[in-house]
Design a protein around this ligand. Structure first.
Ligand code: GLC
Length: 518
């Protein structure tokens, strides 16, 4: 096992609004909770910084330190806030030790409203509608880094999604971080280009930034300003979460207005895609405590039990042998619900059962509830956020459906593979990069995919999947191949590390004994 020389290691600070399992609303959290561990395993010295949501502070499972630092943060003229920092660590210890998590919060002694992040009592309440909490957090991170710079100066600050988008700009403007020996380099990762954190010009004053940044090379974007623009324009390097999405986002269809800028960054060699992995210690059917029976590649008979119990739990008919199609997702247009809506009755005419879990657009929630009412015992939906039930759906489903209109990476298909639920996906973004269609490539296919965004193509892929799964031999072969495919973080973390090393000019070298030095 490699020893890590933390004294001289490459230092990385990852900033994210969500980190699993502390606060999770979507895939961003899974990435932010797993990538640091994989980077640590490769020899980097990694810390995480995130907002101190009330739900984390109130959770007795985390041992959180007292306040270790407090300092003023100036948002704009006449608006000074007090930031504080507390420390905890990721609960799933990696074999290389704990990953520290720094929580930054705000104190208000007497104020008309509660401090930022106090409203976040559950993961569905993490996000605020106004820019101030993020302006505060991004400025506070930069200020805090300048304070710890003597003892732990990050070589890289890795900011994720729009909420962290202004960290690179504030850092460049900071008197003690902008120059000198320890100027951190900035990597900004886009997890979904659709959410840009846009605000109107009437809110520009809130940024505390000079008017000359309200232009195309600054934060201005089609008559508004956005945090995302800050990340793209001021980071040293931009990544997104799959190579295919990196290409797609340079086209008007997927670029959400930023295709021109992303293309420019790509031509300059400053933009690329790295596919996400999954945390194989969390998503593991062999040890998952949430599922009815554990199973493994060498013996996946437990999966049948998981399927039978899932049917009982969701009230699906237990007679006969219909294939169970699972979906764990946000019920939003991006995830392909227009297609599902158009194809639903034809889908129910097939010999399948549906097991659905998620929350989202009330319009789709209503449609799904009505669909289940029309087909009792054949389709079941739970409108909730439930991580344990999600695992039981992965374990108990034969097929896993992700017909997304666009998908930056998608983690569901990777988790499904690990649990032997065969993915049916639309070939876009990370779904295209991770799932090989069985009919196109019988020797290495791991699922089924379709390209045209039409109900017919979707139904065609589902019926091809049903056909392959109805033959026991081909089904067993497919399940085995799915479970064997390796989407752990190792390879992708190495790609991030390559970028971090190039930018910082610091290189981790593994010598013959496996010891890592810089
Ligand atoms: C966003 C994207 C999803 C991606 C996740 C993590 O939720 O929509 O495709 O897997 O971020 O990067």
């Amino acid at each position: 096992m490699a020893e890590i020389n933390t004294k001289s290691s490459l230092r990385i600070l990852l900033a994210s609004a969500e980190v699993a399992p502390l606060a999770k609303a979507g895939g961003l959290a899974d990435v932010a909770g797993a990538l640091p561990k994989a980077l640590r395993a490769l020899g980097a010295d990694v810390c995480i910084v995130m907002p101190a949501y009330r739900m984390i502070l109130d959770n007795p499972e985390y041992s959180i330190s007292g306040v270790i630092d407090t300092f003023p943060v100036r948002l704009r003229e006449g608006s000074i806030h007090t930031a504080w920092v507390r420390r905890t660590s990721l609960p799933n210890k990696s074999e290389f030790g704990n990953i520290p998590v720094y929580l930054i919060g705000e104190s208000r002694v007497s104020a008309p409203s509660a401090a930022f992040f106090e409203h976040a009592t559950t993961s569905t309440r993490i996000y605020a509608m106004e820019p101030d909490p993020y302006l505060f957090f991004d400025r506070a991170v930069v200020e805090w880094v300048s304070r710890i710079n003597q003892t732990w100066h990050p070589d890289i600050i890795h900011s994720n999604d729009w909420h962290m988008g202004l960290i690179p700009l504030f850092s460049r403007q900071h008197s003690s971080l902008a120059h000198g020996l320890h100027r951190p380099k900035h990597v900004f990762t886009v997890h979904n280009l659709e959410y840009q954190g846009e605000f109107g010009h009437d809110q520009w004053f809130a940024t505390g930034l000079a008017e000359d940044l309200y232009n195309l090379d600054g934060l201005e974007c089609y008559g508004k300003w956005s945090f995302m623009k800050g990340g793209l324009n001021f980071a040293d390097y931009v990544t997104t979460v799959s190579p295919r999405y990196a290409i797609e986002t340079q086209t008007p269809e997927y670029g959400a207005g930023l295709d021109g800028l992303l293309h420019k960054l790509s031509v300059q060699g400053n933009f690329s895609g790295i596919v996400n992995g999954i945390d194989t210690s969390v998503f593991n059917p062999e040890s998952d405590p949430n599922i009815f029976a554990n199973y493994s590649i060498s013996s996946h008979s437990g999966k049948e039990l998981c399927k039978a119990e899932l049917k009982r739990e969701l009230g699906l008919d237990t007679a006969g042998h219909p294939l169970v199609i699972g979906m764990v997702t946000r019920f939003v247009e991006q995830k392909g619900f227009e297609l599902i809506h158009a194809a639903a009755e034809r889908l129910m005419a097939m010999n399948v059962q549906l097991a659905l879990l998620g929350t989202g657009d009330p319009r789709y929630e209503r449609f799904l509830v009505e669909l289940c009412d029309r087909h009792p015992g054949r389709a079941a939906v739970k409108i909730e956020y439930n991580a344990a039930l999600a695992q039981r759906i992965y374990a108990g489903s034969d097929l896993f459906l992700m017909p997304s209109r666009f998908e930056p990476c998608g983690l569901g298909q990777l988790i499904a593979l690990r649990y032997g639920a065969i993915p049916i996906v639309r070939a876009t973004g990370g779904l295209a990069d991770t799932i090989v269609d069985l009919d196109e490539d019988p020797a290495s296919g791991t699922g089924f995919s379709f390209s045209d965004y039409t109900p017919e193509s979707l139904l065609n892929a589902i019926s091809r999947a049903c056909k392959a799964m109805s033959n026991k031999q081909s089904r067993d072969r497919l399940i085995l191949r799915a479970m064997q495919s390796d989407w752990s973080w190792d390879r992708s973390a190495q790609k991030y590390l390559d970028i971090f090393e190039t930018l910082s000019g610091r290189h981790l070298i593994r010598n013959e004994t496996g010891k890592i030095t810089v």
